[in-house]
Design a protein around this ligand. Structure first.
Ligand code: NAP
Length: 538
């Protein structure tokens, strides 16, 4: 067997995080490459090609902020840009900065072993190649491990069937077809609204409804884009200063300080405002206080009833088991109106569960549905799923999978005790899962870059998070989540996934930090200023 190839730094993943990270490492003059499992770059935006797939962060807050030139050159065509355009953008960035030559594709890392004597990571790839690296930085994604249900007969279905994450590159015919969509999370809601007009019959297999509010998409003209460009500094400053990292300044008033009429006036305004304003500009109390949340939920329920013609269908679309925004809020475009169409049928799995998939379709306890295409919009093994799929062995041979069996433990989502020289982008217990994703990514990459610069300048060859320092951070992560109403909800924020062993209802994980983007940044900046007190450097 040939000798493994060595690099000082290896970045895993050429998605939004990995692209920015390799740019910073190359600028630093470090010997670094990216290993990407897919055949090309883009991560989330390379994979999720399902109909209706688009941002629900404002496009101009999603792009990278690090290069003025880039900001000036790129025109976001829509306020909430769609997947093909997002993938074009990432390719544009990579080509502009000549980053492709630092990327290796079809390079899925299956195993990583820490060699304490040589102080390197040994990486084993699915294609048989081997690498070693002094430092590994992971950008393996928070929603990159799709989860499938396990209904009997799934292999026997004779039509097309795809998980939304694995949607093919080639166009999938929809016209004239009978389509079943399983799942009504952010993905299912986008698919359903997008294809309702096109397909012959659409059967939505819903187990539990989600709350959802209007996205408010619109085109961005040349003039509007010029205006946005002139305000980029202000936009990014607003994002940096707000809890969720969005371009929506917070509501200063408390829920209890204003009359029900004034609350309704604010909610009417927010319901008509694009994007996550309805969360970011709402009374903070709705996330913490049962009464405030109930009134808000009643408000959104009334908007759903207004939009759905059949009152019985409307009731099925209104969540009864969790309050508004206590699971990840999907944003929608004409989602509720889709159910007013004669060709769209809601199948309530809480009344008539799926028994099996057949050769021709789906059999519930009540009926058989003939289908040509089944769309599995059934979500992801979120945040730790990609880690659990790799065999990562740290100091002493302990596996990360075992260490995190009941939930992750990290130091600011950036490293984890027992696994030296390993840095994580969008890691568990950072703010990447809980705030505007790319803004948090830039925060993480900037920190990691400065840290690696410090380590290499010191001539250090080993670093590791201290156990006691990590414990303190995890306690803060737990405390922040426990303050919120979402702490007992059944969504990926709390690690729930009915299709993943150990993640079923009743188990709660602490996967993200809910203390807000500004506080998180302040805390990790302080680590830098104080010379990394929680990290042992040798
Ligand atoms: P999700 O929110 O986890 O939703 C999965 C859906 O599938 C749920 O409705 C779930 O029902 C259902 N489901 C799972 N297993 C099932 C089964 N065996 N039988 C019937 N139904 C089943 O996943 P997602 O919609 O893919 O969204 C995941 C995340 O991706 C989002 O929260 C968001 O962060 C991200 N995303 C972002 C965008 C965007 O930026 N615009 C778009 C799409 C997704 P239960 O709730 O009953 O388990």
């Amino acid at each position: 067997m040939s000798e493994p190839r060595h690099h000082e730094v290896i970045v895993l993943g050429a998605g939004v995080s990995g692209i920015y990270q390799i740019k910073r490492l190359v600028d630093l003059g470090l010997d670094a490459i990216v290993l990407e499992a897919d055949e090309d770059l883009g991560g989330t935006w390379y994979r999720n090609r399902y109909p209706g797939c688009r941002f629900d962060s404002e496009s101009y807050t999603y792009g990278y902020s690090f290069s003025r030139e880039l900001l000036d050159e790129w025109h976001w065509k829509e306020r909430f840009s769609s997947q093909p355009e997002n993938l074009r953008y990432l390719n544009f960035v990579v080509d502009k900065f000549g980053l492709r030559r630092h990327m290796r594709f079809e390079a899925r890392v299956e195993a990583m072993r820490w060699d304490e004597d040589r102080r390197v990571w040994e990486l084993g790839l699915a294609n048989g190649q081997r690498y070693t690296a002094r430092f590994v930085v992971t950008g393996i994604g928070v929603l990159s491990t799709p989860a499938m249900p396990s209904y009997p007969g799934m292999d026997e279905f004779e039509g097309d069937a795809f998980h939304t994450y694995w949607w093919p590159k080639e166009p999938v015919p929809l016209e004239g077809r009978r389509v079943g969509v399983i799942g009504t999370g952010a993905t299912g809601i986008q698919v359903i609204a997008d294809i309702a007009e096109v397909v012959k019959e659409l059967f939505v297999f819903q187990r539990r409804p989600n709350w959802s509010t209007p996205l408010g998409n619109s085109p961005i003209s040349e003039e509007e884009m010029a205006e946005i460009r002139s305000r980029y500094d202000e936009i990014f400053a607003t994002c940096a200063g707000t809890h969720g990292g969005f371009d929506h300044p917070p509501e200063p008033r408390r829920f209890g300080d204003v009359s029900p009429e004034e609350r309704k006036a604010l909610w009417d305004e927010l319901y008509a405002t694009p994007g996550f304003a309805i969360m970011a500009r709402n009374f903070a109390d709705i996330f913490f206080d049962e009464d405030a949340n109930r009134e808000m939920s009643d408000y959104v329920a009334s908007r759903i009833r207004d939009r759905v013609d059949d009152p019985a269908v409307a009731e099925k679309l209104i969540p009864k088991d969790h309050g508004f925004a206590t699971q990840r809020l999907p944003l929608e475009t004409n989602y509720y109106e889709a159910y007013n169409r004669a060709n769209v049928h809601l199948v309530d799995l809480s009344e008539t569960p799926i028994e099996r998939v057949t050769r021709q379709g789906i059999q519930t306890t009540a009926e058989h549905y003939d289908l040509d295409l089944i769309v599995y919009a059934t979500g992801f093994d979120a945040i730790t799923g990609a880690w659990d799929r790799m065999d990562v062995r740290g100091a002493g041979g302990a596996t990360l999978r075992d260490a995190w069996r009941d939930g992750p433990s990290t130091y600011f989502g950036l490293m984890t005790h027992g696994f030296p020289n390993l840095l994580m982008l969008a890691g568990p217990q950072s703010v990447s899962g809980s705030t505007n994703f790319p803004r948090a990514i830039e925060t993480g990459v900037d920190w990691v870059t400065a840290f690696l610069e410090h380590v290499t300048k010191q001539g250090a060859t080993r670093f590791e998070a201290r156990e006691d320092a990590e414990k303190e951070w995890v306690e803060e992560v737990v405390a922040a989540q426990e303050r919120m109403l979402m702490r007992r909800s059944r969504g990926w924020f709390t690690g729930y996934n009915a299709n993943v062993e150990g993640h079923d209802a009743g188990t709660f994980r602490y996967l993200a930090y809910w203390g807000g983007a500004p506080r998180y940044k302040e805390r990790i900046d302080r680590l830098t200023d104080e010379g990394y007190p929680g990290v042992e450097l040798e």
